[in-house]
Ligand binder design. Structure first.
Ligand code: 3HC
Length: 311
């Protein structure tokens, strides 16, 4: 009964064990996982848009092939995560409808424009770099299907980050115009990539409970600090400047001090008033509507096949 289930759940969390779909779990645990995993899946799917728009404009066949592989990876990450969310009782259609209706969140980062090829480098280096910092600890999330999905996703995410770094390095070793393009992209993506980790810890309503349930292993600010510490030496190798004049290493604390993040901008983007929120959602809705005939045909075919085998 519920008491045994609750005791079992508490014991598993206490022992840092795994909760599986058929285990008893508190409603709040189920709800926050559906919330986080579906939003994570939506982020992967929407994240395909800025990069997808550059596949036909990549500067070489090799770059086109790499970008194609990356966008395909993200579609796969989205499907893994939707499948993980479905084990909690929400359907794929419900999640898709929430996204198309603008009722679902996805990562703020994908509401920014990607006007130059250097943006493909900045997205790979900064956005996928931030995603790795945030996603590696999620491999140990207490909910089995989520943690296991993250293991495969993290392996592919590392390739995404490396190819972004390499695009920027190539540009920084190019002409003055290419160096300026790379620096401009870093200037535009740096602060929004810090916002990917979520609001400051003292303004993060979900963190305490998520950490108590071993979903979130480190706080938003902790992971943000880890990310900046990773970026500083890599920016030096690239020869780009991180656009934060107050960024400095504090020898006493062993941590980086950064300038103020513009949380007004963050909340504006979350409220749907970012540069491209409407565009991203409309594009997803149009793709969903244009693809309706494929889903109907697949369902009709499956039904026919079922009837044939049922004899
Ligand atoms: N964009 C949009 N919404 C955000 C956000 C962001 N960058 N950061 C926080 N929020 C939302 C939260 O969802 C929450 O709103 P909700 O309660 O309605 O869901 C609210 O702001 C308060 O934030 P909290 O810190 O309380 O929320 P969380 O504990 O959920 O922490 C998080 C936010 C760190 C993003 C966490 O949800 C998380 O780790 N999610 C999984 C990882 C993820 O989604 N990463 C997206 C990266 S993009 C990506 O993976 C694609 C890759 O290819 C680059």
């Amino acid at each position: 009964d519920v008491h045994d289930g609750e005791a079992m759940f508490d014991a598993l969390i206490e022992a840092d064990g795994r909760i599986e779909p058929r285990d008893w779990m508190p409603d709040g645990y189920r709800r926050t996982l559906i919330r986080q995993i579906s939003q994570h899946a939506h982020s992967e799917i929407i994240g395909m848009q800025p990069e997808g728009a550059w596949i036909t404009r990549a500067p070489s066949l090799a770059r086109k092939a790499i970008l194609l592989a990356k966008v395909q990876d993200e579609a796969g990450h989205g499907l893994y995560l939707y499948s993980a969310a479905q084990t909690l009782g929400i359907t794929r259609d419900e999640m898709t409808q929430q996204l198309v209706d603008g009722k679902a969140r996805y990562s703020s980062i994908f509401n920014y424009p990607a006007p130059t090829w250097a943006d493909m480098g900045a997205i790979g280096w900064l956005v996928d770099g931030a995603a790795i910092c945030n996603q590696v600890p999620l491999c140990r999330a207490s909910y089995g299907p989520y943690g296991r999905a993250m293991v495969r996703i993290c392996k592919e995410e590392s390739f995404h980050q490396r190819q972004g770094f390499e695009i920027l390095l190539t540009l920084m070793q190019g002409t003055e115009a290419q160096r300026e393009m790379a620096q401009d992209a870093v200037d535009r993506w740096y602060w929004p990539s810090l916002m990917m980790f979520g609001p400051p810890d003292d303004d993060s309503p979900n963190s305490a409970q998520s950490m108590a349930w071993n979903i979130k292993r480190f706080s938003n600010d902790e992971l943000r600090q880890r990310f900046v510490s990773m970026l500083v030496p890599q920016a030096a190798v690239l020869g780009v400047t991180l656009p934060d004049p107050e960024l400095r290493f504090d020898d006493e604390t062993g941590r980086y001090e950064t300038g103020e993040i513009d949380w007004t901008e963050f909340h504006e983007v979350l409220a749907g008033r970012g540069p491209l929120n409407t565009t991203r959602r409309r594009h997803r809705r149009d793709a969903h509507e244009e693809g309706a005939w494929v889903r109907e045909a697949a369902a009709a075919y499956a039904l026919k096949k079922q009837r044939r085998t049922a004899g």
